[in-house]
Design a protein around this ligand. Structure first.
Ligand SMILES: [Zn+2]
Length: 283
């Protein structure tokens, strides 16, 4: 009996201390390789550091991206306006990817384009896309709201992170999610953002690149039709194009890619539990 009331008393004190403690930082999302995490800080926080590197925030909100092959152990630190410092270690989950080995493929099927004009075009297009992403990385505003799947329905035909090893040569991993749907199906913006680049490229076909701020960008490729112009501001769910098979594509589908600066983000991880709190720093 005494034991039980002692236990209840302790619970009561924990409850009271939780009522009076304050959230200084909250992190939400799926803590895994390839994830995007959403953070909020109280107005007492002056600076945030992830693994000792400064993380920018906008109106007390910030985002963190972890790459496909990110290390698992991290440390998050906050410095308050009064100079106090708090740190917490956390671990993210390892993600598994589908690795496919294909051997004995005749050389002529795996050769890269050799035509000088075409090689020049491909190089130039990669440079334009890279430049646009670098400019997005300089944008410290954060437009992001909630994230939605850009296609209603559809069938997932290509997972993020999968990789093919052809005749012992590893190809670059699949940096996005493929969603197959009939040509003409609406493609919507995954979140609020600015249209930073549109084009019709050799590999991508017709595409739209959105800037969500804080280095976060999303790309929608192989479209049959682009429905926005450069510098348009779109909100979550706005129509930006239609499904197609333009560029290097073997059938009507959307390739949906997300990058946070140089980190490759898995879109599928954003479609479930991205609101779930997994870390708090309390005063
Ligand atoms: Zn794809």
């Amino acid at each position: 009996m005494i034991k039980k009331s002692f236990f209840l008393l302790i619970l009561f004190f924990i409850y009271i201390s939780m009522l009076f403690s304050e959230n200084l930082l909250v992190l939400r999302g799926n803590p895994s390789q390839g994830c995007l995490l959403f953070g909020e800080i109280s107005d007492k926080v002056e600076r945030i550091f992830l693994d000792y590197k400064k993380v920018p925030s906008d109106k007390q909100k910030f985002i963190i991206g972890f790459d496909r092959d990110e290390k698992l152990n991290h440390i998050i630190t906050i410095v308050l306006k009064n100079g106090k410092m708090y740190s917490t270690n956390f671990k993210i989950n390892r993600s598994s990817y589908d690795i496919q080995r294909i051997d004995n493929i005749p050389k002529k099927y795996v050769q890269k384009p050799k035509n000088v004009k075409l090689v020049k075009r491909i190089k130039n297009e990669a440079k334009l896309l890279n430049n646009a992403r670098n400019r997005i990385a300089e944008n410290t505003k954060l437009y992001i709201s909630k994230i939605v799947k850009p296609v209603k329905g559809g069938r997932i035909t290509g997972a993020f992170g999968s990789q093919r090893i052809i005749n012992d040569n590893p190809e670059s991993p699949h940096n996005g999610l493929d969603i197959a749907a009939p040509t003409g199906t609406t493609i919507s913006a995954m979140a609020n953002g600015l249209v930073r680049l549109i084009g019709d490229y050799f590999y991508n076909g017709k595409f739209v690149l959105l800037d969500h701020g804080s280095g976060l960008n999303s790309i929608y490729i192989h479209m049959s039709k682009i429905c926005v112009s450069k510098w348009d501001y779109v909100v979550t769910g706005d129509k930006i194009g239609e499904i197609g098979s333009s560029g290097r594509s073997t059938g009507a589908h959307l390739h949906w890619g997300i990058n946070k600066e140089d980190k490759r983000i898995n879109p599928q991880l954003l479609l479930k539990n991205s609101d779930k709190v997994f870390l708090r720093i309390r005063k």
